[in-house]
Design a protein around this ligand. Structure first.
Ligand SMILES: *Cc1c(COP(=O)(O)O)cnc(C)c1O
Length: 380
């Protein structure tokens, strides 16, 4: 079956629930038992809930996995995954992972005895050189934020396997519609479902999936043991969001391509970062492993932090905000928002100039999006 069909039908049978075409939202924390230990698959809602089960099965099918697991946030998923390791183990991690991922690795798990090396994972040689005898996990994110660097998942998964380490891919920016890391050899794929999977900026949730039964059981143990589980209503919202993932991503990519063409022609725009562009540093890898190039764009104006702030402020259609992946287009200015806490010198070194602006392109009419950007670019 094709992706869009799987998204709508996988993992749920209406006839298990009176023919209801949507999974019911189960709001029970506990389940009645006919006798001690005699229940219908659910006993306590941290361990399992039928709405969550429907979402987990639907998501797993989209990633080509046997097993999916849902969490109360993307970081809840990351936390359950990193806890597969033991004190003394070493992790090679992308140096531009999501800030919250870096924080929990650097501030929490380092303290608990894990070791981390952060490297540019767009170079396989770099990653190979970072491996040590005790390396047990390679954690990557592709495309990355906000420079949209793309790592070669197939080559990196192969490298990790040859070294006996697990390869974990944060697939939030690409979505399973554009890229399926497990089919490229990764062991675990995870998402902040808060972004494209939910798609409507109304829920915080995380998911991960694997093809490996033993690995699945260990992550499920962590899910139940630590308890970062989503409620029934949140699972329902993501389940519903996923049904339109394919059409939303297609429309967002169409819009993004037109906006990139517009920006390339604009005299105040000095650089556009989008993996479809042949001058993008990882264009070839992106073409190989992604169906389309996604709907995240970063671009630079030759201006100060204050100029960047002017461009993003007071827009009529674009919402100024962090996060991404919703039906509404968002824009943000890393130097004064998401990356403001990084010292300027380090920020510039990573390519995050004062005038860098990041777009998450939604599904509004593209002419309105471009007209609003035009006003922003004339405002400083
Ligand atoms: C938002 C995000 C996360 C964290 O997910 P939450 O749902 O906010 O906990 C992880 N990775 C990426 C790439 C993200 O964008």
């Amino acid at each position: 079956m094709h992706f869009d069909t799987i998204a709508i039908h996988a993992g749920y049978n209406p006839f298990d629930h009176f023919g209801a075409v949507n999974p019911p939202v189960f709001l029970s924390s506990t389940f009645a038992q006919a006798g001690p230990g005699k229940h219908q698959g659910f006993d306590y809602a941290r361990s399992g809930n039928p709405t969550r089960k429907a979402l987990e099965a639907q998501f797993a099918a989209l990633e080509g996995a046997e097993h999916g697991i849902a969490f109360s946030s993307g970081l809840g998923a990351t936390d359950a995954i990193i806890k597969l390791l033991n004190a003394g183990d070493h992790v090679v991690c992308a140096d531009d992972v999501y800030g919250g991922t870096f924080r929990i690795f650097d501030k929490t798990y380092k303290r608990l005895g894990l070791e981390f090396t952060f490297v540019d994972t767009t170079s396989v040689d770099n990653v190979r050189a970072a491996f040590k005898a005790n390396t047990k996990m390679l954690f990557i994110e592709s495309p990355s934020n906000p420079m949209l660097k793309v790592s070669d998942i197939e080559a990196l998964a192969k490298l990790a396997r040859s070294k006996g380490a697990l390869c974990v891919v944060d697939n939030t920016f690409a979505t399973p519609y554009l890229q399926q890391p497990l089919s490229l050899g990764a062991d675990i794929v995870m998402h902040s479902a808060t972004k494209y999977l939910g798609g409507h900026s109304d829920v915080v949730l995380g998911v991960c999936a694997t093809k490996d039964e033993a690995l699945h059981k260990r992550i499920a143990f962590n899910q139940n043991a630590s308890g970062a589980v989503p409620g029934g209503l949140d699972c329902y919202l993501v389940h519903r969001g996923i049904k339109t993932l394919g059409v939303r991503v297609e429309r967002s990519c169409d819009n993004a391509e037109q906006i990139v063409s517009y920006l390339l022609e604009h005299k105040r725009v000095s650089k556009v970062y989008y993996p479809a562009l042949t001058d993008h540093v990882n264009h070839d890898v992106a073409s190989r492993q992604m169906k389309r190039y996604g709907a995240m764009i970063s671009f630079e104006i030759d201006g100060s932090v204050a100029d960047g702030e002017k461009v993003v402020s007071g827009r009529q259609v674009w919402t100024l905000g962090e996060s991404l992946g919703g039906v509404e287009s968002l824009l943000e200015h890393p130097a004064s928002m998401t990356h403001a806490s990084i010292p300027r010198e380090l920020r510039l070194k990573a390519g995050l100039t004062d005038g860098l602006i990041r777009l998450s392109v939604g599904i509004e009419h593209v002419d309105d999006l471009i007209a609003d950007l035009e006003e922003g670019l004339a405002s400083y």
